[in-house]
Design a binder for this molecule. Sequence first.
Ligand SMILES: [Zn+2]
Length: 292
Amino acid sequence: MHGIYIAAILTSLLAIAGFGTLIRKLDKPATGWLLLAAVLICLSLQPLAFYFVRLPLDHWLAGHLARTSLAYQWLVTLYAPLTEEPAKLLVLLIPAIFRDIRPDNFPRYALAIGLGFALGEMWFIAERVSHQPALAKLPFYQFGGYVSERLMTCVFHSAFVAITLSRLRRGWGLGLGGAMVAHWAANFPITLMAWNVGGLGRATWEVIVGLWLAGLFVAAVAWLAYLIFGKVLPLRLMYGLRHCPECSNDFEPSMLAINFGNARYERCPHCRKWLWTKRSTAKEIEAHKSQE
Ligand SMILES: [Zn+2]
């Protein structure tokens, strides 16, 4: 078998294991078989958008503009955001799925749609790579770049569609616009690299693109974590429960605080005083529980 297809199988299994578990276990009520249906339907949407919208659009555009013209090269950067973000929403045409997506569970659907869409794209790309003679003979373990890039794409597609779904019933056009802008911004440095802007050279641009994507990946994970867990958990992960030296109560770390090493200056919600707090020790949390 072609190495890229083995890499695609492994990547798919990793994505399904990671994302699938998260989607299944998330504590946000949604109909299980509809979530699964959303993943399955989205498998086909990226290749469909490519062959039935993007390619015809490109042929039409190339008939009016020279492929070497600046206008054409800029318009090409719009293809992915303009075709892929609306394509993800085709799954909402299934009335049962549309009805099942609510403000309290949309992050779960964002993960399901993102996973399905990214899996479809994974195999679309593997198929295209398999036709490149230079890559045809490589063993699967040479496609490590493909594996990490495609796994990151699961997160990106989920994060983008989450922007649209977050506004599904309160001006979804604005949400879709936001998703397109985010998608475009994610890809744009790759275009800058292709253009070799500033004559920086391929190696320098690869570092810039790598840093850009790493930063964006952290932002995408933070955005999804915020949607899934709310404000509390990311703060709790970083600062733990806080212990009030005044009234000995433990409380969730507050958004508004001054951080200084392990100490934070924040307001205790129990005694309402502003003071320096420390992370609650297991003993303190236990002692507090036994008092209740
Ligand atoms: Zn207190």
